[in-house]
Design a protein around this ligand. Structure first.
Ligand code: HC0
Ligand code: SF4
Length: 562
């Protein structure tokens, strides 16, 4: 512990890793473009520069706090310096702000406004580069890149992929995939974490909102939506509502008003996933085959295994993700002329995830060669569509999902948080459903935001070893240990994004620790208020197996051999 003087006030510090953190703790929001507490310090943007009592200026992100330091955060010299940095960044930046996807959420735009930059005196001499639209999930616009390196570090350090890097030097420097390949031809897994970290419009979501509007305008089309678990806890704060609180009922209402014919909760098909995945798990345990079972609901993780650990492809669960299962069930239901009423059916899934756009077009997830999920939009796109519609979201009353698929258990709901899939599967594998039994599961180590969690549980005569992972760099650590025989598990649950889908690449970005915790709490609260917690006790599940799914379980709920 020590003390420093910040702008004439005494501030205590303990384990803060740099002066910037101490300044922020003191309630001063210093601007930064390249600093994120979860990745390594780069010190490139210099916006967090401060001055000490001897007139020395330094980047506060790169300096350790020392007892007795005296620093000033807003001297005339620093203000001028910061303004010049922003002006120079703008000089080398495409400035089509009014039509930029990031407009209104761009950190550079916000800083220009904050620093009072109203004029850029320098000419942009950078050559205009083409956009990379090769990925099904994200778009890279090199003309809007400010070389902060945030995407590079997110991809390398958090996801352990390294699909992006710096090329060339000095004024020629650029961020791009190796050998300037299109992103779609790299090991990119479409997770969208680079887009979450990008402060400008240089990396953005590939949007599909127009396709949804077109479908809604077509009177001969039935448009059916499914909403993923994590979406409901990441929408409200954009409309001034409490951070992290589930607004599922309002989302159902707004989608009905926009013209969706039916709105469903992906948590329903997460119940189906629990049924199928636990059965597959028990079979593999019995036959001691293809263990550890690797969960298959996160498409970025599935691609990661195919690209990086091909020898484990057989271990991936054959289950489709809840997104895939739901779309297949909806399409099958409306294949019957009795239900279709002569209309074509389009399934729109609303996901916190950019990789789900890639999963939807992955041929092994199709039914009889046809794509089931027609359009995937992310939470960010949903928010934009609500704004576009002009509907006052915050004032809407909650509405329930439609029938015949409109009920889900709490087990399906918690899929959106790391550990949720495992917890739901364990609930299914437990005979009872009393509070004591369910509490024992939630307290066995499955919950919590750590990137790697290990749980050991007795099941019949076996001690089940389970590993729960979020963040692909962590997944690499675990898979290396498994490959080298240093660790052995029966089940490995992986969500590519740290903390799970609540922090997916399609969620509104710039979520701080409070937002992350609120989203997590929001989903557990949504589970708390459900009467039925176990997927197998969802009253719509058994009739579905006896009816529509009869003889078609494999065809509709499992991925085809690829
Ligand atoms: Fe997820 Fe899912 S939980 S991956 O995180 O399994 O995207 O929310 O929709 O499909 O249910 C994302 C979230 C889903 C799926 C579910 C799973
Ligand atoms: Fe890396 Fe994910 Fe971005 Fe692809 S989408 S470049 S894997 S961070």
């Amino acid at each position: 512990m020590g003390y420093m003087m910040i702008d004439g006030r005494k501030v205590e510090f303990t384990d803060e890793r740099n002066v910037l953190s101490v300044i922020r703790k003191a309630g001063i929001s210093l601007p930064t473009l390249c600093y994120h507490s979860e990745v390594s310090t780069f010190g490139a943007c210099r916006l967090c520069t401060v001055e000490d009592d001897r007139g020395r200026t330094f980047a506060s992100c790169s300096e350790e706090p020392r007892d007795g330091m005296v620093i000033y955060t807003n001297t005339g010299k620093i203000k001028k310096y910061r303004k010049l940095i922003v002006e120079l960044l703008l000089a080398a930046h495409c400035r089509d702000c009014t039509t930029c996807v990031k407009s209104g959420e761009c950190v550079l735009q916000e800083l220009a406004h904050r620093m009072g930059v109203t004029n850029v005196r320098f000419e942009n001499t950078r050559e205009i580069r083409p956009l990379d639209t090769s990925s099904p999930s994200i778009v890279r616009d090199p003309n809007k890149c400010i070389l902060c390196g945030d995407c590079v570090r997110a991809c390398e350090e958090i996801q352990g992929i390294g699909a992006l890097g710096f090329a060339f030097r000095g004024t020629e420097a650029m961020v791009m995939p190796a050998f300037d390949k299109p992103l779609a031809e790299t090991d990119c897994v479409n997770c969208g974490q680079c887009r979450v970290y990008c402060p400008t419009g240089a990396i953005s979501i590939k949007t599909h909102m127009d396709e949804v509007w077109d479908a809604l305008a077509d009177k001969d089309t039935r448009v059916v939506a499914q909403i993923a678990p994590a979406v409901r806890v990441a929408v409200g704060d954009s409309f001034g509502l409490t951070k992290g609180r589930s607004v599922m009922g309002k989302i159902v209402n707004v989608l009905h008003r926009m013209g969706f014919d039916e709105v469903y909760d992906t948590a329903f098909s997460a119940d189906l996933t629990v049924m199928e995945e636990s059965e597959e798990f028990l079979e593999r345990l019995e036959q001691n085959e293809n263990l550890p079972l690797l969960t298959s609901c996160c498409p970025a993780w599935v691609k990661f295994v195919h690209d990086q650990y091909p020898e484990f492809v057989e271990n991936i669960s054959s289950c489709r993700s809840p997104q895939g299962m739901f779309s297949a069930v909806i399409k099958e239901y409306y294949r019957s002329p009795k239900n279709s009423g002569g209309k074509k059916t389009i399934v729109v899934s609303v996901m916190p995830c950019t990789a789900k756009k890639m999963e939807a077009i992955r041929p092994n997830s199709f039914t009889r060669g046809k794509q089931d999920t027609d359009i995937v939009i992310t939470t960010t796109e949903l928010i934009r569509m609500i704004r576009n519609s002009g509907i006052e979201f915050e004032t809407l009353d909650p509405e329930a999902c439609d029938m015949p698929f409109g009920f889900s258990s709490g087990g399906g709901m918690i899929f959106g948080v790391t550990g949720g899939v495992t917890e739901a599967v364990l609930r299914r594998m437990t005979e009872g459903h009393s509070k004591v039994e369910l509490d024992a599961i939630s307290e066995c180590g499955v919950r919590g935001s750590e990137g790697i969690k290990e749980v050991t549980l007795p099941y019949n005569d076996t001690q089940l070893n389970i590993c729960i992972v979020s963040g692909l760099a962590n997944a690499r650590t675990v898979m290396e240990r498994v490959r080298n025989g240093e660790a052995s598990y029966h089940l490995i649950e992986v969500m590519a994004c740290r903390r799970g889908c609540i922090m997916g690449g399609g969620q509104p970005p710039r979520a701080g620790d409070r937002t992350k915790a609120a989203r997590e709490k929001g989903l557990y609260n949504a589970d708390n208020v459900t009467i039925i917690k176990k997927s197998d006790e969802n009253p719509l599940i058994a009739p579905l197996y006896d009816g529509l799914l009869k003889g078609k379980v494999h065809q509709l709920l499992h991925n085809q051999e690829s």
